[in-house]
Each structure stands twice: as C-alpha cells, then as structure tokens.
Design a protein. Sequence first.
Lengths: 317, 282
Amino acid sequence: MKKYTDTGKKDTRSGFGAGLAELGKTNENVVALCADLTGSLKMDEFKENHPERFFQVGIAEANMIGMAAGMTVGGKIPFTGTFANFSTGRVYDQIRQSVAYSGKNVKICASHAGLTLGEDGATHQILEDIGLMKMLPGMTVINTCDYNQTKAATIAIAEHDGPVYLRFGRPKVANFTPENGKFEIGKAVQLTEGTDVTIVATGHLVWEALIAAEELEANGISAEVINIHTIKPLDAEAIIKSVNKTGCIVTAEEHNFLGGLGESVARVLAENAPAPQEFIATKDTFGESGTPAQLMEKYGLNANAIKIAAEKVIKRK
Amino acid sequence: MPQNTQQLEDFVTQVRRDILRQVHKVSSGHPGGSLGCVEFFTALYQEIMEYSTDFTMDGINEDLFFLSNGHISPVFYSVLARSGFFPVEELNTFRLLDSRLQGHPTTHEGLPGIRMASGSLGQGLSVAIGAAETKKLNNDTHTVFALLGDGELQEGQNWEAIMYAAGHKVDNLIATVDLNGQQIDGSTDDVLPMGNMKDKFLAFGWEVLEVEKGNNIVEVIKGLQEAKKLSGNGKPVCILLKTVMGNGVDFMMHTHAWHGKAPNDEQLEAGLQQNAETLGDY
C-alpha cells in the first residue's frame, strides 16, 4: 500500500492565507472581505500587501456577503473570510438570494469548521454547513484535508466562475499532499489502492483514513482510500468504480451524518451501485468544549473509529 | 428620452397602466408600492442615470441601480422595457411560467437590466455598496443608486450596511428610501415604529436629503440631481422620498390594502380610466 509522510503539522487555515496571498500577487481582480477575524483566517499577508483590495466589514457578516455579491458587478472576485458558522448558518438567506440565485462569483471561505475548533464549544462548532451549502443550486462545496491542498484549492477556485464554499479548519494537522499540487475541482484523489473496502474521506478525516488503512493492512484488510475534497459536484464515477471493486464503503467527515458527504455518497450508490455503507460523522448532535483530540475521540471521528467501521461494513457484504 | 415635463408625465401615466395590467392579468403582484415609485423610476431611467441598453452585467462606465424591495417588480419591469432594455410586449409574461419577468426580479432568467435578485428584504443596500466599492477600485466615477422600502428598514442587515457605507466613506452611492409609511400588516407606525428616519441616517454619518413630493416628477428629478451634487464628498447620500402607496389610482391610495393585491376586472377598468393611454399599451 502506498505510504504518505507528514511533512510537519500545519493548519489548513494557513494554507488558505498562503493561497490568498499568492492570488493577491497573480490576480488583480481578487478582493478579500473579512468580518473582524483577519488573524484567525490568516488574511494578514493579503491585507498588508494589498490594503486597497482588503475590506474590513466589522462584525457584520450579512453585509459582508451582500457586499461581496455586489463587488462581482464590475469584475472583482471576492473572497469572504470568517468562521464556518458565521459563513453559512448566520447568512444563509444572503448567500441564497444575493450569491447563489443571483449567480455571483463569490468565494465563501470558512475556517474553524467542525469539532476541531475545540474549546470554544458548540456555538462555534458548526457541523451542518456542508449540508446547508450543498443544497444551494450552483454552489460548489470543497472541504480540504491539509495545508498544501487548502492553498492549492484557494488558488484554483479563483479560476472557477461561480459561487464556491471552501471549508477548512483551525488545528495543526498532518501535511501530506504534494506541495504546489494541482487542485482539480470535482475530481476525487485516490490515495491508496485496495480491494476489500472503500474509505471515502473529506477534510481532517482524510489523514485519519490513511492511518486506519495502515492498521487495516496489518490485519490483512486491503482498503482503498479516496480523498473527496469536493463534495459538490461529487465525483460519482470514482466512487462507483471503487465500490464496484470493493463491494462496501465507509464515509468519513467532520460533519453531521445528516446532510454531509455520507448522504451524498449514499444517494450516488443507491442510484448506481447499492452497497453496505458505514458513516463516520457526528450523529445529529451538537458538539461541546474540549481539545480537538478529545472531541474527535468522543464523537467517533478518528482513525480507530474508521478502522472499526471498515471491519463492520466488510462483514455486511 | 423625453425632454419636457409633459413627456415625462406621459411616461409616468403609461407605466401606471402597465403596472395595473401586469398584476391584473395574473391576479397577483404588488401594485401599491409600484404605483408609489413610478416617478422615481421614471426620473432615474429617463433623466438621471447614464446607462447602455446594450446590457452587460458589469456595467463598466455606467451608473448602476439596485432594487432592494424587489416586490415592486411591476414598476421596474415597465420602466426597463419602456427605456429599451427588452420588448415592451414581454410585460405580457409577468409572473407566467417560463417568463424572464419573475414575481420578484432575478438575474437567473437573464432579463436585461437586472443585476441581482431581490425579494427577500434587506439585502440590496449591501449589494449596492459592494458595487460602489468595485467602481472605486476600477476608477469608474459613475454612481450606484439603490431603492429601499421604508418597512424594509426593519431588517437588521440594512443597519450593518448603513454603518459600513458611512464608516468607509462610500460616497459614490445614493440610496433612496421609499417613505410611504405602509407595509403589509398596516402602517409602519402601527407595525413597528421606526422613529425619525432622517435623524437615524444623520446619526450614522450620511448626507440626508428629503423630497416631500415624491410623486411629483419635477421634484423627484430635482432631488436626485441635488443628491448627485452632494455625492463625492466623503459621505453616502440618502434620499428620503415621501410617496403615496397606490399613487395615481384613487381607491388604492393612502392604504396598505393594495400592497400585495391585484385589481379585479372592474377595478382595473376604473384604474385605467384614471390613467389614459399615452405611449401605447403593450
């Protein structure tokens, strides 16, 4: 099985900041808006280098989304930055009408998604945002897995004409995808080849899936790990192809099992290649305070949980 | 474009007929607020704004207009059509299946003249501010106009936007508030008293201009011209436009009853009799 190396732990939000800084140099139409979280979103470099293209809107997310929609009129490519909770739930109708229905080229960039926000607790730990965003017609939904991929995705979405939701997080996690790798929206990345079980993961759970696959291999189980960074449009072809080979699947995400990646995969399989599926996700619950590791353990979102789910789903074949 | 007051008044009368006929045909839509804003739209599109009817979404080197209270789409559609953005006959398709003239304005169906969807209230001012900021980045000295309903100011997003526009000196923006004092459930004072609107905008740091006769085409044009003179001086400009909901159709005036109700056959006839055909019905 192909092995991956962590080149040093980094936060995905810093990947966003690096990507945005790069775009500042290469694309003069890129503008950035932030709702009083410049440091948390790692937007400082863009702000310092391009103050005229940086718009501090204050703690006023609804106005930020509306302004971003308006800024596209005249050719700008706005990137909005705040926490995932305030990027989605708080401004759902603004995104729905002013961005998605109006077909505006706005990039909604959301940090601190999911449980790994940690100690701040459930008010800030949104576990419903993927569902909210994927239901909007025309919205592209991306959840990146590490620093390098987040940087690449940030750069890639500037070239995509249409609204995008880019989801990333707070903690420092393994950085294992290629530096300056090409990011193809909607294209799944197969990380390992396997024959017994397909593990489809997104965001922080991708690295956990790779650890699980190694442990499964030690037990004589061959797992095919696929990184689904784009939840919408979903790479159905890659999922169907893999499940036709392995006959079962585990989906893994830092999100509620209602509305998340797992449900999107289940729909694709139900229509094309019905197979047993286990869901690594939160189960219709809010989060709570704790360290990221404690929370991922308590809510069953780590390598061990993926391994157990894989063993279980194989028995259901 | 019409050059004299009589021509502008003829335009206004014809737009009123268009509004009544649009909503009557489909027994739905919002005639009250539409009728109250006919003079404003006429002034904007026939006298004030610089624009091309060869529509582009980006509107570079043009003045832009954003309608926030999208339910008054009948007046917007009529004035856009009669200003040359699309065939006047298309007003016949208002609110019908597969029409570009949706119940509330949208970019989704590609209707020329529309740059954002509106209908869910409170969002238009933010969008207009964004467009104004882009004009500044593009060194485009044209003006961004917006229209908001007065009841709509109960939506909190407006006050985020009002605070931003003054705080960041968005002075290429002229936002007009249609002060007709009515909303669906009754008068704005009965539903949610909003206090002194002029004092509020002044306190937020805007230039404020009051137009007492918002249904007098000459006065509206004067007000908009004055607002343009006030813009470019470090402050966004607000026009408080006092209008009468249902203006021009006597039984629809001074009441919220016709906010979202279409006339029946007899009522249409009565309304049209008060507004004789001028430029030709579609």
